[in-house]
Design a protein around this ligand. Sequence first.
Ligand SMILES: *Cc1c(COP(=O)(O)O)cnc(C)c1O
Length: 383
Amino acid sequence: MQKGFLPFSRPSISNDDISAVVEVLQSGWLTTGSRCQEFEKTFRHYCGCREAVALSSATAGMHLLLRALEIGPGDEVITPSMTWVSTVNMIVCSGATVVFADIDRDTLMTGIEHVEPLVSEKTKLIIPVHFTGAAVDLAPLRKLAAFRGITLAEDAAHAAGTEYNGEKIGRRGTAIFSFHPTKNITCGEGGMVCSDDDRLIQSIRRLRFHGLEEDAFDRKTQGRQPWAEVVEPGFKYNLTDISAALGLHQLRQLDTFIQHRKTLADHYLNLLHEVDEIIPLQIQPSTSRHAWHLFVIRLTPERMTMDRDTFMTEMARRNIGTGLHFRAVHEHEYYRRIYPNAAEALPATEWNSSRICSLPLFPGMKIEDVEHVVSTLKEVLTQ
Ligand SMILES: *Cc1c(COP(=O)(O)O)cnc(C)c1O
């Protein structure tokens, strides 16, 4: 059977999505404006949160969060090493010290048992990750953070639509979402910070656009009130209306996307049940709705004739793309250099880092694609 290449992820862009973008292009107003406002409002309603600020990426959100909290040299930020590098890069760029937390071996999530022993007088911020679209067990972390006067900000890049104990991620506290093309909904590039902390939001809004006091966008100058004043030096992380129009339209389809992702993921789980070489993830029990951003498996080289990297190459040779979410941050060259002893405290991260692999999962896939992936995977494993 000769098929085209099946990537591990592909955005689902409808004709309506395209029309929404074209409409902005024809409107004479391209940068941050009414589409962006509408996107923030709709996202706020979707999550049930108090405030939402749209940005050019989740990484920008991390940067502005650190800046708004005035985190810098001498401060410590706790986050897992099993995450995307962007969070850790931003912490390092702020001048603060990264304290890597280990994860649960089977959910890949950082919980209270990993974070609590790392808290010190210097801890200013804790950033857990809602890995693959399941939910971190937030309640104990919220309690710890409140008790110690530390900010808790959730990396919700995988978690648009995720629910924790019946409540949408983003509804309470502070959460940062990503709309990169592989995520559950996309803007091309984009991000959103949701928070119930008014001061934090006000600061992020200001820092997103040059540190200008006025966030209002002037119709004639496309971007600034002529008399707006810089009240602190800021950045340029605003989201364009072109991107926001796409995000807005994608958001309306998010629940349908998740429904389809769940059908595919359930089918994977059924079929993989009988494959001894593969250990799927477990789902953190208080995840009341899984957004199924990724389908991560762990391979067991001790039961196989090849390692994980060879497995990925062999799958690609058979036209199936796989992903790596993630190569642990402390294993990257720069981080090996600045945190040479990090691995010692991260046994579950290390165990997973050489075993994980993400199988294709996106709304445009069919049940037959899942079957094809699993039969190909079995063929590779027995070769
Ligand atoms: C994608 C991702 C980010 C960064 O999102 P961008 O919008 O690309 O900046 C951060 N954390 C995690 C866990 C991610 O998967």
